[in-house]
Design a protein around this ligand. Structure first.
Ligand SMILES: *Cc1c(COP(=O)(O)O)cnc(C)c1O
Length: 489
């Protein structure tokens, strides 16, 4: 049967098959040319397959995959959107893609210029005074930002500021980064409206407060209306405000975090500015600072001095947090995206992202619980089905969506929403695409009442059924030999 999706490449292996033929040199084959002392005693345990086998195997695997170019990918808190292919083309230009990590500044002028311009663009978009492009991801930016806060308090003789305040609606990486940076984490509950409870914040701040970390829009997809006041409360107590700007695609070109009063922030360029992500691919989490905090930024960073671009570290820098020229390809894509869209284009993208989310939220509210009053920003968190047969839960809705041909949204996150279904359609979806998705979600809601077994037994059409994801995380089987119960030779 064509398309046996279950076979691993080891299982189609046949001894002696190869997918290469090397030309040899001067009448000698490659094998003969290699010194016998360098040749293995035993063949490595690799699959032996023809070129056609390999091509078919990986093509089948790719057909099993669901990617941003396959259809709507509504994962909330992730911004899985269509990314223009022209950005890929630009990142693939040889001057960028063939750069050597140890290339001197003198021969890397183009890349340094791009990095310098991107940092300037991020300053313009966010209002911050300076940016370092070093961090490799959002969470890495958070860690770098908190290290800056720590160094600053040590420098001014306030090392006793050991507490980081985190609202319970913040992204999970926030408390994790604070703990890794050596701070104590204080969580404060959100108010019934899903926003920071300013009284709770006032009660939590003190002479030991290092910083407040705010995700804005927060993980409920809500804009923190009290953010300016929150900054004031923290500043009055002598602390700093860290802004998690991973959700910048909701506000770029509309509002600037610096105007809200924040001191340090990161941007997820692999969410907001056109780098496909997921699957652990490269990202970048540039970190921005106010005038006062800029001296502590990681370094070296691109700077323009006496007619050329150089690498330079801020005076009180926490040091280097990422090697070489950081995630250059991701930065090139981000710069290309910003340059192509321009300021007006970026605002339009934010408006479309918010409009799309509100449109879907409204359409789904007849069958799904919306725990907070709208409007939402670029995403929203529903609290499961309004009505369902006994025992039908959010994960059943998610699994059933696979049968409808969709990648499910984020589920059971944020933790503060019961039965959470978190949807982020992004700005790149058309109204037809949103209508189709809404129709699938509403049809599933109907099934949840009338024929719940369809949901409980879903997915019916996927190559794998319900996977024990806890077991997969705790005891991963990552090689064929592990699967066979043998050691990898
Ligand atoms: C994605 C995300 C992060 C973490 O970013 P990574 O690049 O995955 O490390 C942090 N905060 C928010 C709000 C996010 O959405």
């Amino acid at each position: 049967m064509r398309g046996d999706y279950s076979k691993l490449i080891f299982e189609i292996s046949k001894e002696g098959r190869t997918s290469y033929s090397l030309p040899g040199f001067d009448g000698e084959s490659i094998e003969e040319m290699i010194d016998a002392s360098l040749v293995r005693d035993e063949k490595p345990r690799l699959p032996e397959v023809s070129e056609r086998d390999i091509v078919m195997h990986y093509t089948k695997l790719s057909e099993k995959n669901y990617g941003v170019d396959s259809g709507l990918y509504p994962l909330g808190s992730c911004t899985m959107k269509y990314n223009p292919k022209v950005c890929e083309d630009i990142a693939a230009l040889e001057g960028f893609s063939a750069m050597h990590p140890y290339q001197s500044e003198l021969t890397a002028q183009g890349s340094l210029m791009l990095m310098h311009s991107l940092a300037e663009a991020l300053c313009e978009i966010t209002g911050m005074a300076a940016f370092s492009l070093q961090p490799a991801a959002g969470a890495h930016g958070e860690l770098a930002g908190l290290m800056m806060a720590k160094k600053r308090f040590e420098t001014i003789g306030q090392a006793n500021r050991t507490k980081i305040i985190v609202p319970d609606s913040s992204h999970g990486t926030n408390p994790a980064s604070a703990a890794i940076a050596g701070f104590d984490v204080i969580s404060i509950d959100s108010g019934p409206d899903g926003l920071i409870d300013l009284d709770a914040l006032q009660a939590a701040v003190g002479s030991d407060t290092a910083a407040l970390m705010v995700t804005n829009p927060n993980t409920l997809g809500l804009f923190e209306k009290g953010i300016a006041e929150a900054c004031e409360i923290v500043h009055k107590a002598g602390g700093l405000v860290y802004y998690d700007g991973a959700n910048l695609n909701a506000i770029m070109g509309i509002a600037k975090p610096a105007d809200m009063g924040v001191d340090i922030m990161h941007v997820n360029v692999h969410k907001t500015f056109a780098a496909p992500h997921g699957g652990g691919g490269p990202g970048a989490g540039p970190i921005g600072a106010s005038e006062e905090m800029a001296a502590y930024l990681p370094g070296p960073n691109a700077a323009f001095k006496e007619g050329s671009y150089i690498l330079q570290s801020p005076a009180m820098s926490i040091g280097q947090v990422r090697g070489y020229y950081s995630s250059l390809s991701v930065l090139v894509k981000a710069y290309a995206y910003i340059a192509i869209l321009g300021g007006d284009g970026l605002s339009e993208a934010s408006i479309a992202a918010c409009l799309n989310a509100n449109y879907l939220r409204e359409k789904l509210s007849s069958a799904y619980k919306m725990p907070h009053s709208g409007p939402c920003m670029h995403e929203f968190a529903a609290a499961g089905l309004l009505e369902a047969a006994e025992g039908v839960h959010t994960d059943d809705v998610a699994k059933r969506l696979i049968d409808y041909g969709y990648h499910p949204p984020t589920v059971y996150f944020p933790l503060i929403v019961e039965e959470a279904i978190m949807v982020e359609p992004t700005e790149t979806e058309s109204i037809e695409s949103l209508d189709d998705f809404a129709e699938a979600m509403l049809s599933i809601a109907k099934e949840a009442v009338e024929s719940p077994s369809l949901l409980k037994s879903a997915p019916g059409k996927a190559p794998a059924k319900r996977i024990d994801s806890l077991l997969a995380a705790k005891k991963p089987v990552l090689t064929y030999w592990q699967l066979k119960g043998e050691n990898n030779g």
